[in-house]
Design a protein around this ligand. Structure first.
Ligand code: NAD
Length: 476
């Protein structure tokens, strides 16, 4: 078997793997990046879940569907009359595919221009940092690596009571490919994906029912923000049923019959399509030979320390395949950190300031601790809130619902968390992330000049409100 040597071999070219490879190459290391992504039609593309069937295509459809919905529901308030807003789903899907194609081709070009040897094949870690690469034609070769970085990502969890059939009962990838709008759409799991995809198809005309096993809505989100968001989603017509545990789902001809328990009663629901989005699991199938020395935890995640070192020397793992939130930007930063460490530089990652965004309308975004978490820590804290209904720019946008909430330590004034439900929350959160990265106080935000009229003023006012100094709201 032929053998080639590299300083670094990265397995996986998603948002954790490809930045690892590029940064390592920038630092003068010889790098190979092996990726096994295959589209439904068998073609290969770099970029992993994020670019091919995750963040990028979903954001494309979220944007298109929101514009469609707003044209029909909001334009009149602006004094714009549009007759018969039409939907061309083929064109919408084509635009989405075009964006994915451009960006995935961009990754390939970036890897190439960085000098990374990009290999589209299946990688398997043997002992002594040897990676076996098996090509489409079945031939295999060995890559000998100074360091190996595993970045194989995650895949949707399948519910045994509602197995995917790829047609009527689909995962998040399948739900991005509907060629017509289902009249009745069921969604199991009112988490991040359920809300985003439920929103897409709801805006395009589907009657959407989300079945969520937990009694609490978005338990990882600050309770006040989650409550506000739930109210807004319900007003939009999303039928979110909490405490609903699915016991079975069966596709029969043109429909899917779902049985679930709620409030101690057996319920039944019939839909045209069912999306199952109850979380994701790490992908390590066939990745690790017994002699690799890499250990997994009970949930199948590769065990790593705070610097992403696995139990095998000079083998690292980053992204969804290791502990921590399954977020593209978390994997990217872990990958860059690992590349720096391999090259002999000092590097660390601040897990406390990873922002989260749910791309619904309104968006939900947060960084740091929720009020419940701060309370559980026993800290003395203060809270400042500001509603978008008192923000001029939000009014002008016709999107004046939601709020900003800042939590700071009462004694030291340090910002502990910032939570937003409202327009462009995913963009606005960057200010809070930067502030927390620099260990800012609420006073720092108060003294920072914010342009008027902008949505960012709501963050400014929330910081002021923490000390009962808000100008545009009552200081209770
Ligand atoms: P999730 O964990 O966000 O939500 C899954 C939901 O399904 C949970 O609320 C859970 O209680 C519920 N559930 C589990 N079993 C159930 C059952 N039998 N019946 C009913 N409900 C059930 O998971 P997800 O939405 O599948 O997303 C997967 C991962 O991908 C998450 O880590 C998420 O953060 C990430 N992701 C992030 C973004 C983003 O950043 N905007 C977008 C998509 C996905």
């Amino acid at each position: 078997m032929s053998e080639q040597s590299f300083d670094v071999v990265v397995v996986g070219a998603g948002p954790a793997g490809y930045p690892t490879a590029i940064r390592a190459a920038q630092l003068g290391l010889s790098v190979a990046c092996v990726d096994d992504w295959r589209n439904a039609d068998g073609t290969r593309q770099f970029g992993g879940t994020c670019l091919n069937v995750g963040c990028i295509p979903s954001k494309a459809l979220l944007e298109s569907s929101e514009l469609y919905h707003r044209a029909g529901s909001e334009f009149a308030a602006h004094g714009i009359s549009v007759d018969g807003v039409g939907l061309d789903l083929d064109a919408m899907q084509k635009r989405k595919r075009g964006i994915v194609k451009q960006l995935t081709a961009g990754i390939e070009a970036l890897l190439k221009s960085a000098g990374v040897t990009a290999i589209q094949a299946r990688g398997r870690l043997l002992g002594e940092r040897k990676v076996e690469v098996v090509g489409d034609d079945g031939t295999s070769r060995l890559l000998a690596a100074g360091h190996v970085v595993l970045a194989t990502g995650s895949t949707p969890i399948e519910l045994p009571v509602a197995p995917f059939d790829g047609e009527r009962i689909v995962d998040s990838a399948g739900a991005l490919e509907f060629s017509e709008v289902p009249a009745r759409l069921g969604v199991i799991g009112a988490g991040v994906i359920g809300l985003e995809l439920g929103s897409v198809w709801g805006r395009l005309g589907a009657d959407v029912v989300l079945l969520e096993a937990l009694d609490a809505f978005l338990p990882m989100v600050d309770e006040q923000v989650a409550r506000d968001a739930l109210k807004q989603f319900k007003r939009q017509g999303l039928d979110i049923r909490l405490g609903a545990r699915v016991t079975g789902a069966e596709a029969d001809g043109d429909s899917v019959a779902i049985n679930y328990e709620a409030g101690g009663r057996e319920e039944r629901l019939e839909v045209d399509k069912l999306i199952v989005c109850v979380g994701r699991r790490p992908v390590t199938d066939g990745l690790l030979a017994a002699e690799s020395g890499v250990e997994l935890d009970d949930n199948g995640f590769i065990i790593v320390d705070e610097s992403c070192r696995t139990s095998a020397p000079k083998v690292w793992a980053v992204g969804d395949v290791v502990r921590g939130p399954m977020l593209a930007h978390k994997g990217t930063e872990e990958g860059v950190m690992v590349a720096e460490l391999i090259a002999g530089h000092a590097a660390e990652m601040n897990y406390a300031t990873i922002p989260s965004v749910i791309y619904t309308a309104p968006e939900i975004a947060w960084v740091g601790q929720t009020e419940a978490e701060v309370k559980a820590d026993g800290r003395d804290y203060k809270v400042g809130t500001f509603p978008f209904s008192a923000n001029g720019r939000a009014k002008a946008l016709q999107q004046a619902a939601g709020l900003v909430k800042l939590i700071a330590d009462r004694e030291y004034d340090e910002i502990l968390g910032l939570h937003i439900v409202g327009p462009m929350a995913g963009e606005l959160i960057a200010e809070a992330v930067l502030a927390m990265e620099f260990s800012a106080s609420a006073e720092d935000l108060q003294r920072t000049i914010h342009a008027h009229p902008t949505l960012t003023e709501a963050l400014h006012e929330a910081a002021l409100s923490a000390d009962k100094r808000a100008i545009h709201a009552l200081n209770r």
